[in-house]
Write a protein that binds this ligand. Sequence first.
Ligand code: PLP
Length: 442
Amino acid sequence: MEKVKNSVQELMELDKKYFLHPTSPIKQQQDQGPSFIFTEGKGVMLTDILGNTVIDGMSSLWNVNVGHGREELGKVAMEQMSKLAFSSCFATYSNEPAIRLAAKLAEIAPGNLNATFFTSGGSEANDTAYKLARHYWILKGQPNRKKIISRTKSYHGVAMGSTNATGLKPFREFTNAFDPDFCYADHFSSEDLRRVIEAEGPETIAAFIAEPVQGAGGLHVAPDDYFKEVKSICNEYGILLITDEVITGFGRTGKYFGIEHYGVVPDMMCFAKGITSGYAQLGGVMLSETIHQDYMELSTGTLLHGYTYSGHPMACAVALKNIELIEEEGLIANAEKMGAEMHKGFQWIEGERKIIGKVKGLGLMGGLELVKDRNTNEKFQNPVAPLVVTEAAKRGLICRSVVFDGQDTVVFAPPLIISKEEMAKMIDILHDAIAAVEAEVL
Ligand code: PLP
């Protein structure tokens, strides 16, 4: 035990001294070190270096769709690495896993989305989509179409383009990223999209990008007719519609892709995370057959955009196996079923506790808005969602708070393999955590 303690202490100190954490409070990390050092995962559970086990109510970063510890994926990665760990896809070179994955994506993606450009993650996928959209308009003889419209409360990642497209202001303020080629429409109003297009000049707009369900921005599910309306507005002004399925793809919402709930097919679709369930780094953009054909017909030069790891053989092999697991184990249907169970649990908590203002979600994406007074919708002066996250973690559940733009929301996205019993446990822990916070703040 003494030895374990020493090694934990050592790791804590090394972490504080040498590891600059992504999207983490800088001072807190410096002062306190990491809150968990995870060492193992199995199913919906994570275990830390001290032997504590917690339910991963966020699938880590909305991505571990098939759950932790899947040896099938490790085996495929090892086999592919032993055979061909890496080869380039530049200059028309190719490899079998990338080819087969692109073909599989064409089979499962909505409508006529059919050609894929691979990246290493979601931010790169979104930046790629903006660049492909802008190049598309150059090919079409409309080079002034450069602007990208996104939505308030959106999160599209942290590369320079995706940072600029992110509607959550703190992410842009962090580096003073206010590129005038990026503009924002209200996240729930298709009429506001029209207003922004008219104000900016339709002939200057390349594309509009939206998440089918906004996750990191506070779990916002668009109104039922929203996407049909924006698609028709985009068509009217000749603007490309890009959907960001980085979180909502690969079964998360109870359908293969989130946009399928809305009966709309985008011109481009970005994905990452769930395509490998986080077992390898992979993302990409799919183009509709129409856009792809235009590229083929109009382009005479080189596609001057590519990442070293575009079409990485090991990542693509893992993705193929991951998709096979999603299909064979019926995980999309389970996401729908367990999503309904989660929603029922949230509603039960809403009945038991006083600080739940709103219950939201689609499939296995869920959110609870917290309020001081649910009759008047008065908010707490200081958000209490972070307190719920802390209390839940103490009791064995990982979830996440969203406090941007005056929000006070706790969000959830458990793995798609979650069972009814595990969901019941998650709901129980959550209830107790909220009760503890309520006792403290009311
Ligand atoms: N788009 C959405 C909707 C996301 O939620 C995220 C990450 O959470 C990204 C893009 C960025 O993806 P990545 O972190 O893989 O770059």
